[in-house]
Design a protein around this ligand. Structure first.
Ligand SMILES: Cc1cc2nc3c(=O)[nH]c(=O)nc-3n(C[C@H](O)[C@H](O)[C@H](O)COP(=O)(O)O)c2cc1C
Length: 176
């Protein structure tokens, strides 16, 4: 049976709430849920599929690559593990009304890190149903996000069906 890890950050907000909901869509015993600060207690090689999620909270947080930044610590540990051809998928929380120019930008940073380690990306998600003017988290033809975009601030009523559909799609792509 394939094993899945769901990693997320930060805790106590929309990301953690959504990560929980995604995790629960997998058969009991097949998936583990971890905040990214638990990476030291996890062997990434145990998993066939890694799902990673975060929120976009402005460039300052992402670009401050100091020792205290948990994301960069997480990426460094991922890079030390052997991720070549390991399947991964991304989800991202954002706010399309307050930040229409940078909607869910942060997903692209996760993608760059995992791609850089040779991991295999799955779980693209269509841009239909969102209203935004710009996002770094789009693939080349700008018709798809590089992962599941969730907006708990403005479209929380759509989150459940989006998660349901996306996880189903991810399972199919990963042949789970
Ligand atoms: C300071 C700040 C900056 C934000 N910047 C962005 C942004 O650039 N793009 C975006 O889509 N959402 C942005 N958001 C919205 C959050 O990503 C969104 O509210 C998310 O659900 C927060 O999840 P969390 O509480 O788990 O971190 C920002 C929120 C805050 C508070």
């Amino acid at each position: 049976m394939k094993k899945i890890a769901v990693f997320y950050w930060p805790k106590k907000g929309n990301v953690e709430f959504s990560a929980n909901r995604i995790f629960k869509k997998f058969e009991p015993g097949t998936a583990e849920l971890h905040s990214i600060d638990e990476i030291d207690h996890v062997n990434l090689n145990d998993f066939d599929l890694i799902i990673v999620g975060g929120s976009t909270v402005g460039a300052i947080v992402w670009e401050k690559a100091d020792d205290n930044n948990l994301w960069f610590d997480f990426f460094a540990k991922c890079s030390a593990a052997e991720l070549t051809d390991k399947l991964y998928a991304i989800f991202g929380l954002g706010d399309q009304i307050l930040y229409p120019e940078n909607f869910v930008d942060g997903m692209m940073l996760i993608k760059k890190e995992f791609d850089g380690n040779g991991a295999k990306h799955i779980g693209k998600w269509p841009v239909e149903g969102y209203k935004f003017t710009g996002s770094e988290a789009l693939d080349e033809d700008e018709k798809m996000f590089v992962g599941l975009a969730l907006d708990e601030d403005n479209q929380d009523e759509l989150t459940e069906q989006r998660i349901e559909k996306w996880v189903k799609q991810v399972k199919e792509e990963a042949k789970i």
